[in-house]
Write a protein that binds this ligand. Structure first.
Ligand code: IPM
Ligand code: MG
Length: 367
């Protein structure tokens, strides 16, 4: 049988730096665990624009459709801020999500014990935090039509449309309920049914799907209250299911509870392919961080944890994923810190590749 295939799209900013560490981890799994992958690499975002004039070529898109999983670094940067909207780096990422139909975006927010002091919230509010946000990723206001900027009565008008079909709400809801079944069987659905019809439909459809998951305790919350509850008492949540835009916002909020955006991975999953694996892309929640690009300061953990999610969700290697997560927990407990994880007491931060070194050493020690 041939090796599973991975397409690496490191992208812009710190994307390539953090992805270099992931490549070392992938190499380790080949050498030490006999888990070999056929890895190919290509461009996305500003890097693709610089070479091809578009943030994602049709060829790269076609490759992404064929591989078993895509690993993405980050896209965007100040050099591309003034580009025409249609060729902005973000469009490359959104095209991948849309054309691969990656409707279920899993964003875990887990607070590592060693980092509980780094949260902007009090330690006892975040210690032991472990929640999973399931964000609908292929519809809603990100893609709804009509959209655009046009002139009405000599005035510019900007339009975006929040649009959801019941089928779109339902398939994401099933992913969220399935996730809840594997965890603590609690699901909170968030929308704005008090002001948006799409929110009313959202609530109805999620309630209907609940009939198939009687063991799961389902609650509904307005998304603004959800934001407040996330910073007030985040441990009340297990799985949260929400739409594309609310999910974007609430996941940044949840991420920061854990101490650093540099720690948070994500998986974007679609329907099963012919080989039974879901269409999948894995990426850190953080962005391209232009302020620290090229300085070997970036924290590679979010990107490495994204690869752990790939092991778990695409390659059925849950134990190896746990091994990698445990190695990261170990190095953090031992005090390994990149710059984003430095407390007020200071100290010398590890570089990106030094963090890779200690994680590889912890993996070796796990054998
Ligand atoms: C995210 C990002 C993206 C989004 C951007 C880069 C298009 O913020 O993945 O959360 O808005 O979805
Ligand atoms: Mg975001």
């Amino acid at each position: 049988m041939s090796n599973p295939s991975l397409l690496i799209l490191a992208g812009d900013g710190i994307g390539p730096e953090v992805m270099d560490q992931v490549k070392r981890i992938i190499g380790w799994y080949g050498d030490k665990r006999g888990l070999n992958f056929d890895v190919s690499e290509d461009l996305v975002g500003g890097a693709a624009y610089d070479k091809h004039g578009v943030p994602l070529t049709d060829e790269t898109m076609a490759k992404a459709q064929e591989v078993d999983a895509v690993l993405l670094g980050a896209v965007g940067g100040p050099a591309y801020d003034n580009l025409d909207f249609s060729v902005k780096p973000e469009r490359g990422l959104l095209r991948l999500r849309k054309e691969m139909d990656l409707f279920a975006n899993l964003r875990p927010a887990q607070c590592f014990d060693a980092l509980a002091d780094f949260s902007s919230l009090k330690k006892d509010i975040v210690a032991g935090l472990d929640i999973m946000i399931v964000r609908e990723l292929t519809s809603g206001v990100y893609f709804g039509e009509p959209r655009g900027i046009h002139i009405e009565d000599n005035m510019r008008v900007g339009i975006n449309t929040q649009r959801y079909t019941e089928a779109e709400i339902e398939r994401g809801a099933r992913a969220a309920f399935d996730m809840a079944m594997k965890r603590n069987k609690k699901l909170c659905s968030m929308e704005k049914a008090n002001v948006m019809e799409s929110g009313i439909l959202w609530r109805d459809v999620v309630t209907e799907v609940h009939a198939d998951y009687p063991e799961v305790e389902l609650t509904h919350m307005y998304a603004d209250n959800g934001a407040m509850q996330l910073v007030r008492a985040p441990k009340q949540f297990d799985v949260i299911y929400t739409d594309n835009l609310f999910g974007d916002i609430l996941s940044d909020c949840a991420a920061m509870l854990t101490g650093s955006l540099g720690m948070l991975p994500s998986a974007s999953l679609g329907s099963p392919m012919a080989n039974g694996r879901p269409k999948a892309m894995y990426e850190p929640v953080h962005g391209s961080a232009p302020d620290i690009t090229g300085q070997e300061k970036a924290n590679p953990i979010a990107c490495i944890l994204s690869f752990a999610m790939a092991l778990r969700y695409s390659f059925d290697q849950g134990e190896e994923a746990t091994r990698l997560e445990a190695a990261i927990e170990k190095v953090l407990a031992d005090g390994a810190r990149t710059g984003d994880l430095m407390g007020p007491e200071g100290g010398t931060p590890l570089s990106t590749s030094q963090m890779g070194d200690v994680i590889l050493a912890a993996l070796d020690a796990s054998l």
